[in-house]
Design a protein around this ligand. Structure first.
Ligand code: BGC
Length: 438
C-alpha cells in the first residue's frame, strides 16, 4: 500500500511554489557559552524537566558546523531555509555576526533565508506575563532587521505562540515551566501583541514579506454527544481560533477578549496589522471529548484532570515514534476549513512546518508521511486554497524540547556523540521530488 502511494508520480505544484526545511536556534545551534542564557537553559538544568536529562548546550553544534548544514541544504535542492535567531544570542556581543555569516552562506548557496524572530528561547530576564516583553521584542526585531534585512527573503515573527502558552505556561512541560492553567492567557495576548508590534517594526525597517508560524490542526469531537462536541469546540477555540481570529479578523473568539489584560480593543488593532502570508505548522489532528475526571497520558504529555476536555486517541491510524497519529487528509481539511472561515481575510498560506519522528536512516515511514502530506496539500491547492510553500520539519535530528534527543524529526541523522550528519533515505527522496517539480 505504502509502496504504491510512493511510486505514484507526485502532481505538479504551481510554478514558484517555495520548498524548504525548518529548524530553530535552541534545537540545533549549541554554543550555549557564546550567548546569554534563555529560559530553556534554566529549565533544562532543572532535574526531571527533560526526559533523557539532556540539554541543548551542544545540540547539533550548528553554530560551528553551519557550512556543513548549508551544503546539506544545497544538496537537497530546497529553495529556502527557515531558521530562527536566538534572542539571547542577538543580545550577546558578536551574536549577530553568526547570523550574518549564515545568511551570507545561504545566499551564496542559492538558498533563500527565512528568519523566525522568536522560537521559544526567551532571554531569562524577560517574561511573557509582562506586557513590556512585547515592546522589548519589537526592539529585538528592529536590531535583527537592521543587520540582516537586505538579504532575508521572508520574516516569521513568532513560532507557535499557542504551544509556548499551553506547554510552557499553562501545563508547565516546556520552559519556563509554569503551571498556570487558564491564568496563562495573558501570555497568549502579549505574544500576539508582540507579533503586531514586530510587523510594524519590520515595515519601519523597510523589510517586507512578513508572516507568522502558528500551529493548527483539525479538532474532531470524540462522538456526536453534545458534551463531546462542546469540549471539542472549546479545544478548537483555545488552540486554533484564539491565535488565528485576532490576526485575521481582528477579534478574539467570543468570551475570550474579556479575559485578556490591558486595552484589548486597542491591542487588537495592532495584532491585526496586515501580514503578507500566514504560516501554518501542521502535524496531526486532535480527537477531543468531554472531561473524564482522571489525569491522562497523551502524546508524551500528562494532561491534568481539571481541564474542560480530554484528548482521546485517534484509532486505526499508524502513529509516529512520538505516538502522533498520521492523518494526511486532515491537512486538506484544515486548509479548506481555513479558506472557508476566513475567506478574503486569509492571505496566501505557507506550511511552515510538517514532519514526523521516526528512528533509523532507512526511514521509509517518513517518506510515506511526507508523501501523503504533500499530496494532501496538493488537494487543497486544487480545491482553490492559495498555498505558496511547504517546509519540512526538520533538516536535522535535533534537541526535541522536553523529549531531549529521543525524538528524531530530521531528514538528516545526527550522531549526538560525534556530531556526524548522515542523510537519510527521506533526504534523497525529497531531493528527487524537488528535482521532478522543477
Ligand atoms: C515546533 C518545533 C518542534 C516540532 C516537533 C513544533 O511544535 O515548532 O520546535 O520541534 O513541532 O515537535
Amino acid at each position: 500500500m505504502i509502496r504504491r502511494m510512493v511510486t505514484n508520480p507526485m502532481p505538479q505544484f504551481p510554478a514558484g511554489f517555495l520548498w524548504g526545511v525548518s529548524t530553530s536556534a535552541h534545537q540545533i545551534e549549541g554554543a550555549a557559552d557564546a550567548r546569554e542564557p534563555s529560559v530553556w537553559d534554566v529549565f533544562t538544568a532543572e532535574p526531571g524537566r527533560v526526559k533523557d536529562g539532556s540539554t541543548a548546550a551542544v545540540a547539533c553544534d550548528s553554530y560551528h558546523r553551519y557550512p556543513e548544514d548549508v551544503a546539506l541544504l544545497a544538496g537537497l535542492g530546497v529553495d529556502a531555509y527557515r531558521f530562527s535567531v536566538s534572542w539571547p544570542r542577538v543580545d550577546s556581543p558578536g551574536g549577530l555576526d553568526f547570523y550574518d555569516s549564515l545568511v551570507d552562506a545561504l545566499c551564496a548557496a542559492g538558498v533563500r533565508p527565512v528568519v523566525t524572530l522568536f522560537h521559544w528561547d526567551l532571554p531569562v530576564a524577560l517574561d511573557w506575563l509582562e506586557r513590556d516583553t512585547a515592546s522589548r521584542f519589537a526592539d529585538h526585531v528592529s536590531v535583527v532587521a537592521e543587520r540582516l534585512g537586505d538579504r532575508v527573503a521572508k520574516w516569521i515573527t513568532l513560532n507557535e505562540p499557542a504551544e509556548h502558552t499551553l506547554l510552557g505556561h499553562a501545563l508547565g512541560v516546556h520552559a519556563p515551566g509554569r503551571r498556570l492553567m487558564f491564568d496563562a492567557l495573558p501570555v497568549a495576548h502579549h505574544q500576539l501583541l508582540a507579533h503586531g508590534l514586530a510587523v510594524r517594526a519590520l515595515r519601519a525597517a523597510g523589510a517586507g514579506d512578513i508572516g507568522i508560524a502558528n500551529s493548527h490542526g483539525p479538532t474532531w469531537a470524540a462522538s456526536e454527544k453534545p458534551e463531546d462536541r462542546q469540549a471539542a469546540e472549546f479545544y478548537d477555540l483555545l488552540l486554533n481560533r484564539l491565535f488565528s481570529d485576532p490576526l485575521l479578523i481582528g477579534r478574539y473568539p467570543e468570551g475570550i477578549g474579556e479575559l485578556m489584560p490591558g486595552d484589548v480593543e486597542a491591542d487588537l488593532k495592532v495584532i491585526a496589522e496586515p501580514i503578507d502570508w500566514y504560516g501554518i505548522n501542521y502535524y496531526a489532528p486532535t480527537r477531543v471529548g468531554a472531561p473524564q475526571g482522571a489525569e491522562i497520558e497523551f502524546g508524551g504529555l500528562s494532561l491534568p484532570a481539571e481541564l474542560p476536555f480530554t484528548v482521546r486517541e485517534i484509532e486505526d491510524r499508524p502513529v509516529t515514534d512520538f505516538g502522533w497519529p498520521v492523518v494526511p487528509e486532515a491537512l486538506t481539511e484544515l486548509l479548506t476549513g481555513f479558506a472557508e472561515r476566513y475567506g478574503d481575510r486569509l492571505p496566501p498560506v505557507l506550511i511552515t512546518e510538517n514532519g514526523c519522528s521516526y528512528e533509523g536512516v532507512d526511514d521509509q515511514e517518513r517518506i510515506a508521511y511526507l508523501d501523503g502530506h504533500i499530496r494532501a496539500l496538493h488537494r487543497a491547492v486544487e480545491a482553490g486554497v492559495d498555498v505558496r510553500g511547504y517546509f519540512v520539519w526538520s533538516l536535522l535530528d535535533n534537541f526535541e524540547w522536553a523529549e531531549g534527543y529521543a525524538r528524531r524529526f530530521g531528514l538528516v541523522h545526527t550522531d549526538f556523540e560525534t556530531l556526524e550528519r548522515t542523510p537519510k533515505a527521506s533526504y534523497a527522496w525529497l531531493r528527487d521530488l524537488l528535482r521532478a517539480q522543477r
